[in-house]
Write a protein that binds this ligand. Structure first.
Ligand code: NQM
Length: 369
């Protein structure tokens, strides 16, 4: 292969994830050539990703590809790619609301969008789902300012807030058409407000839902049950055979313990998230509001009305606040009315990445991690 021995790249933290951001024009146009390159950039397959940029966890083995949009409703297109850690596999089957937080600042840094003096809003088309989002962040003097006093759980320091607004969803929130389904012998709610997610009461799987992620990951019986549920739920959610994909995610629910609406432990889908994804949290929040979902009787929605639409989702490293309201006229299928979240993002380095030489075979699909 000629070219691409070195590639322009920016490493950014987006929310509670970290990834390599590229201009589409800096990457091969052919998706299979591009994916082979990205596997080598991140250092996969290797559990430590020692020879690349990846951080040896799905949350730090992510890629954002950004380009000007041809959609009149968007300024830029953002394609999210999940690079598997220990498989030579790249997936575009899911979105990532955490890396989304870095897309606006990246677009300004690369000159795709002019910055205003004060704050800038960037309209983003999320290529994976076709959905739109608007990210607003500080740009004093026309430059991105990453410093600020916004704190999000799972990130040690404060940074500038990136406010992300999602317009009303076009799709139904309930991919199976039902607020509850019985899957592999237990009741679940399959919901999709940007991330296909299966909601399960932790108690139904003989755990409390308050365990540490590593303890849940070590529970072999739980892992086997989750995989069984996921494969069946994937079919019901019209996702087909999900044995090699990263969606649907699975979220265990338990009553809140710190004043929030619910406690969560989310499998993405094999590793247990150390917090929760943005669109994952948006899907949980919508699920809590759906009459008849498995969250009813377990989540605490006291004082949270359609007018006061902020829900606090508790997770292993703290909480994520999601502004979420749904249209739920009786007799109609529920749809998201509005979803919004505040994240932070930070430029870590900007430069040139030197991918490992192309010795490995082309990517093949492997199991999700
Ligand atoms: O749900 C992890 C993350 C994500 C995805 C995952 C995300 C989202 O925390 O919007 O951000 O679910 O694989 O980055």
């Amino acid at each position: 292969m000629t070219g691409f021995a070195e590639v322009r790249c920016m490493l950014m933290r987006g929310g509670t994830s970290k990834g390599a951001y590229f201009l589409a024009a800096d990457l091969p146009a052919d998706p299979s050539v591009r994916d082979d390159l990205l596997v080598r950039v991140m250092g996969s397959p290797d559990p430590r990703q020692i020879d690349g940029l990846g951080g040896a966890h799905p949350l730090t083995s992510k890629v954002a590809v950004v380009c000007p949009s041809t959609d009149p409703e968007a300024d830029v297109d953002y394609l999210f790619l999940q690079v598997a850690v220990d498989e030579p596999d790249v997936s575009d089957r899911q979105n990532c609301g955490n890396l989304l937080a870095g897309v606006g600042p990246f677009a300004v840094e690369r000159g795709l969008v002019p910055a205003d003096d004060g704050e800038t809003s960037v309209r983003i088309r999320m290529v994976n789902s076709g959905d739109l989002a608007t990210a607003t962040f500080p740009t004093p003097g026309g430059r991105v300012d990453y410093t600020g006093d916004t704190k999000i759980s799972g990130v040690p320091d404060t940074a500038a807030g990136v406010v992300i607004e999602f317009p009303p969803g076009k799709n139904e929130l309930l991919p199976t058409g039902n607020p509850r389904d019985t899957v592999a012998g237990i009741e679940v709610t399959c919901v999709d407000n940007g991330m296909p997610t299966v909601l399960i009461c932790a108690e139904a799987l003989k755990v409390t839902g308050y365990e540490e992620p590593e303890d849940l990951e070590a529970n072999q019986e739980l892992s086997a049950r989750l995989q069984e549920i996921r494969l069946s739920a994937g079919q019901l959610m019209k996702l087909g055979d999900v044995s090699a994909t990263t969606v649907p995610k699975l979220t265990l629910l338990a009553p809140p313990r710190h004043g929030g609406a619910v406690t969560t432990r989310t499998f993405i889908p094999v590793r247990c998230h150390t917090s929760i994804g943005v669109l994952g949290a948006a899907s949980v929040a919508a699920g809590l509001r759906i009459t008849g979902s498995v969250a009813h009787g377990l989540a605490d929605l006291t004082g949270r009305s359609e007018q006061h639409d902020r829900l606090r989702i508790e997770h292993p490293s703290g909480f994520t606040d999601i502004e979420s309201s749904i249209d739920h006229a009786s007799g109609s299928t529920p749809r998201a009315r509005r979803t919004a979240v505040v994240r932070t993002a930070r430029k870590i380095f900007d430069g040139t990445v030197f991918p490992r030489p192309a010795l490995a075979p082309a990517p093949s699909s492997g199991g999700p991690r």
